[in-house]
Design a protein around this ligand. Structure first.
Ligand code: HAM
Length: 435
């Protein structure tokens, strides 16, 4: 019978991640945390909600994120925003807690949800998860090369085939100011050929025209000067050393002088890693990052350089071939018969105390239904307790893969089951009469 109660559905672009998928999430999150810890990074957790002015100041007023993608609201007269990215909050926390007084170099990583009111499509959501890190206090470029190399290694580790690394330098403030003038001077005579967005950006944020996806802009951009020709001596030395270090590490990369990225805080090194084009199409940027040497000072701290990156976790999962472990529990306890439930509860608790994952049937289901459940959960062993077994002080131990069953003394069963779970899974026995 149908119900007339209307369904409440999730917000568009915000997804439920159900347990069947979560195992792959755990696999990638775990690999990420281990990869970062191997490089001396420690996890930081900052609030999902921050004062709106933090993002306006750190990310820049003339960016898509701040102009049109933030979830902002007012509560108790305070303008607040659901964080669209993790860098601004991390640096706010760094400054607020005076971390620069405690250590010369700070390495933080984070993972968690971010919120942007973008048009949802495959690989682009309104609530999405980032894996990110910030290295604060080191001016690079060795630090930059190390980060890029480690990221390429991490992607390979989680089974992302052939990631493509793109790098660029947008120099420091002076370089950018000189380049902006040259770019505007080059594009202004072609203004009428540009897309409406780029015409507007010519006044507000000309660098963004470089990575416009609009076909009308491509030709004009191809004829414009590139920022690499404008680098100051210090910026050029930084850029040259970055490439030497990457060459020494053996990480392949492509120099893309049109790479600018959508956040205003960047200085010098910029990078993006793309991949899985067949699966991700336009959203194939797996991760992006760069140096932002001015943000600590802009947020009220001392002059401290920094570099970081963030990867879209959903995109990594689309691109990666990591497999989820199929098994939910190691052991299934099947009490069968009227007086066996309590013995089953005690046995399951003892199995868990030995560190194994265990589910016990408390539905009083049939033997057949319980075995079906044990198989569905991927249990290695089913421990069957009938009235006879309880009376005799034994448990029937059934290895589900090998179809082997034996009666084991109750006093020994936990140790026996632990040994079975720790041993390699036997090859599936050939079915009788099989092809
Ligand atoms: P971002 O390029 O804006 O950089 O985002 C980094 C990554 O997050 C993207 O490459 C993409 O994989 C993922 N991402 C962004 N928006 C979405 C979305 N709507 N849906 C799914 N995935 C998305 C930053 O956020 C900077 N905070 C990175 C950084 C850290 N730079 C320095 N430190």
């Amino acid at each position: 019978m149908g119900s007339s109660t209307p369904l409440v559905k999730a917000v568009k672009g915000m997804n439920d991640i159900l347990p069947a998928e979560i195992a792959r999430w755990h696999a990638v999150e775990g690999a990420f945390a281990r990869a970062m810890q191997r490089q001396g990074y420690r996890e930081v957790r900052t609030p999902y909600v921050e004062p709106t002015p933090l993002f306006v100041r750190a990310i820049g007023e003339a960016t898509d994120v701040v102009e049109k993608e933030m979830y902002s609201f007012t509560r108790h007269d305070e303008p607040l925003t659901l964080r669209p990215e993790g860098t601004a909050g991390a640096i706010r926390a760094y400054v607020e807690h005076g971390v620069h007084n405690q250590e010369p170099v700070t390495r933080w990583y984070y993972l968690g949800p971010m919120f942007r009111a973008e048009r949802p499509q495959r690989g682009r959501y309104r609530q999405f998860y980032q894996l990110g890190a910030e290295c604060i206090g080191d001016p690079g470029p060795g630090c930059d090369a190390e980060m890029i190399d480690a990221l390429a290694g991490f992607l390979r580790e989680i089974g992302v085939a052939a990631p493509d690394v793109f790098i660029n330098s947008i120099g420091s403030g002076d370089t950018r100011a000189r380049y902006k003038d040259a770019l505007v001077a080059a594009l202004t005579p072609m203004k009428d050929e540009l897309s409406a967005d780029s015409q507007r950006r010519l006044a507000t944020n000309p660098l963004r025209i470089l990575d416009s996806k609009h076909p009308a802009d491509a030709e004009a951009v191809a004829r414009a000067p590139t920022i690499l020709d404008f680098l100051s001596d210090a910026d050029r030395a930084h850029w040259d050393e970055l490439r030497r270090d990457l060459d020494a590490l053996g990480t392949p990369y492509t120099v893309d002088p049109k790479l600018v990225r959508g956040l205003d805080y960047y200085t010098r090194t910029l990078f993006e890693i793309k991949g899985a084009y067949d699966k991700l199409g336009a959203g194939s940027t797996l991760l992006g990052g760069g140096r932002y040497d001015g943000m600590v000072k802009d947020l009220g701290g001392p002059e401290v350089p920094a570099i970081g990156f963030a990867a879209g976790l959903e995109r990594l999962l689309i691109a990666s071939d990591v497999e989820a472990p199929k098994s939910v529990v190691d052991v299934f306890v099947a009490p069968v018969g009227d007086g066996t439930q309590a013995a089953g509860l005690v046995l399951a608790r003892d199995v868990r105390r030995a560190g194994l994952r265990c589910e016990v049937d408390t539905r009083k289901a049939s033997m057949k239904a319980q075995l079906r459940r044990a198989n569905a959960l991927g249990a290695r062993v089913c421990l069957i307790l009938g009235d006879r077994e309880v009376n005799q002080g034994v448990v029937e131990m059934k290895e589900l893969a090998g179809h082997v069953q034996e009666a084991v003394a109750r006093a020994d069963v936990v140790a026996r089951v632990a040994a079975v779970v720790a041993s390699p899974v036997p090859e599936a026995s050939p079915k009788e009469g099989g092809a």
